[in-house]
Design a binder for this molecule. Structure first.
Ligand code: AMP
Ligand code: ZN
Ligand code: ZN
Length: 327
């Protein structure tokens, strides 16, 4: 196996591109793919200040590292969701990455700030844990990006994530979600710009990037995500991809090229993009106004997050093991 660029010994093959790379040229390939994505979708431009949501996993640490390599001023944001040991470990990875490079990492712990955590909120409200988690993260992401006056909020969603979410949204014809499934959401209606610069890289590539760039990341998946439908969609797409490399990329980028505009009319800003599961209708289309509690855009008196806080704060914390597996 020889590197496509230098013909030296390759360390990784990318079947969908029919290409092999040595360490140096693989790292360069990843950075070039991100640079191309940033330009193609007008995500961020040189000189922009970005806030990178980092979970301590491979994707978000890779995208933070790549943005720094590309010359961006990138601050990290870590959200403590109160998931016990898993989150202690994930926070340590995010912190260590920042400390080793002298970077700023903003930390928001939802237990300390709002007196809630994900297992307790899920248990009290009957929401799926991933839904309570997604809602809390999006709220903190929005507020921190606006408060820090950043040009964009960056997440580590990769090609596998986006293809799996698209697959689920198509299976159920979630037309509102389909309209929002873009790698960049512009700022507007009180929401900051949100971008996903890793959509051209698969998760095998982001993991390899971290290993080859010497980035120590949290390997385990979140304990509460077990049984999440999203994981089944990923497995189904992996089966197709192994028989026919390039299928995921063709599916996702074909959707962006040919179909997303057909759904964008139905898009709303009130319940942002990454929601994968939901057990109750949140803020659907309607009159938008400011949440009475936090000022976020919503169509009712309180935004979905503040409603979650209202019902959960003050109740006795529920350990993970007690949470119903309802994903
Ligand atoms: P997930 O929803 O867990 O698949 O994560 C998607 C993206 O959200 C990650 O790539 C990160 O950019 C971001 N993210 C997930 N968990 C956290 C967290 N605890 N703190 C900050 N960002 C996070
Ligand atoms: Zn090479
Ligand atoms: Zn609110």
């Amino acid at each position: 196996m020889k590197c496509r660029v230098c013909r030296g010994p390759a360390v990784i093959d990318i079947r969908r591109h029919n290409a092999n790379f040595c360490q140096e040229h693989f790292l360069r390939y990843c950075r070039t793919q991100v640079e191309k994505t940033l330009k193609e979708f007008s995500m961020v431009k040189p000189g922009d200040r970005v806030l990178v949501a980092v979970s301590g996993g491979k994707d978000s640490l890779a995208v933070w590292d790549i943005l720094l390599h590309l010359g961006y001023e990138a601050t990290g944001l870590y959200v403590g969701l109160g998931l016990g040991e898993y989150y202690d470990v994930s926070g340590r990875h995010a912190r260590r990455f920042a400390e080793e490079r002298g970077l700023e990492l903003i930390e928001v712990d939802i237990r300390g700030t709002y007196d809630i955590d994900v297992p307790t909120a899920a248990s009290v409200t009957g929401r799926a844990p991933c839904s309570a988690c997604g809602l809390s993260k999006r709220h903190v992401f929005d507020q921190a990006t606006l408060a820090g006056d950043f040009d964009a909020l960056v997440t580590g969603h990769n090609l596998d994530d986006e293809a799996a979410v698209l697959f689920g949204n198509v299976l159920h014809w979630q037309s509102d979600y389909l309209g929002r499934q873009q790698p960049v959401l512009p700022a507007g209606h009180g929401f900051p710009k949100k971008v996903k610069p890793l959509v051209r890289l698969g998760e095998r590539e982001t993991a390899a990037y971290c290993v080859l760039a010497g980035i120590d990341y949290l390997v385990e998946e979140c304990p509460m995500a077990k049984g999440n439908k999203h994981l089944h969609y990923k497995a189904a797409l992996n089966l197709i991809e192994s028989e026919s490399p390039g299928s995921k990329q063709a599916f996702y980028f074909g959707f962006l090229r040919n179909a997303v505009d057909l759904f964008s009319e139905q898009r709303t800003y009130s319940e942002p993009e990454e929601q994968r599961e939901r057990t109750e209708p949140d803020d659907d289309v309607g009159m938008l106004r400011a949440c009475e509690e936090c000022g976020a855009t919503t169509n009712s008196e309180l935004c979905a997050f503040c409603r979650l806080v209202r019902s959960t704060a003050g109740t006795k914390p529920v350990p993970i093991a007690m949470t119903r597996k309802r994903n």
